[in-house]
Design a protein around this ligand. Structure first.
Ligand SMILES: [Zn+2]
Ligand SMILES: [Zn+2]
Length: 138
C-alpha cells in the first residue's frame, strides 16, 4: 500500500494523513455508528494512533460511553459535521478508528469483517461468507 493514506471532511477544512497501513478494516454495526452515520453501519479502519496526523484544520469531538462502558471520543468537522475518526477507544488502546468514507481513495482499503453485529438492524445486509463478531473481535 502506498502511504500515507490521506483524507478529509466534506467541506475540506479538516485534512488528515495516516502513515501506517490499517491494522484491520471492518463494517461496524454499533449503535454509535448508526446514530452518527444515520445508516445501518459505518466502515472503519483501525490504525495506530501515532500514525494519524491532522494536517489541516481542527476537529471537534464528542465523548460517549462505548458498549464496554469505557469512553470514546468521536471527532468531526465543526463546519460540515463530517465524522472523521474515533480515538481514546477504551477497549482498544493505541488504535484510532478512521471512517474510511473520508479517505481520498476509499477503495484502497478493503473491509474484511463485520463487528458489533449484536446491534445490527434486522434489515442490515451482511454477506454470509464474511466473518462476523457480536462485539469487538478478540
Ligand atoms: Zn468540513
Ligand atoms: Zn461502531
Amino acid at each position: 500500500m502506498t502511504l500515507p493514506l490521506s483524507g478529509g471532511c466534506a467541506c475540506g477544512q479538516v485534512r488528515y494523513e495516516c502513515s501506517a497501513e490499517p491494522l484491520f478494516t471492518a463494517h461496524c454495526h454499533c449503535r454509535d455508528c448508526q446514530k452518527a452515520g444515520g445508516g445501518q453501519m459505518s466502515t472503519v479502519s483501525g490504525v495506530p494512533s501515532a500514525a494519524l496526523r491532522v494536517v489541516r484544520g481542527e476537529t471537534r469531538s464528542f465523548h460517549y460511553a462505548g458498549s464496554s462502558g469505557k469512553g470514546l471520543e468521536r471527532h468531526f468537522c465543526p463546519t460540515c459535521g463530517a465524522r472523521l475518526f474515533t480515538d481514546h477507544v477504551g477497549a482498544m488502546p493505541g488504535v484510532i478508528f478512521l471512517s474510511v468514507g473520508n479517505l481520498d481513495e476509499p477503495a484502497r482499503v478493503t473491509p474484511h469483517m463485520h463487528i458489533f453485529t449484536a446491534s445490527a438492524q434486522p434489515w442490515a445486509s451482511i454477506p454470509a461468507d464474511m466473518p462476523q463478531f457480536p462485539g469487538m473481535p478478540g
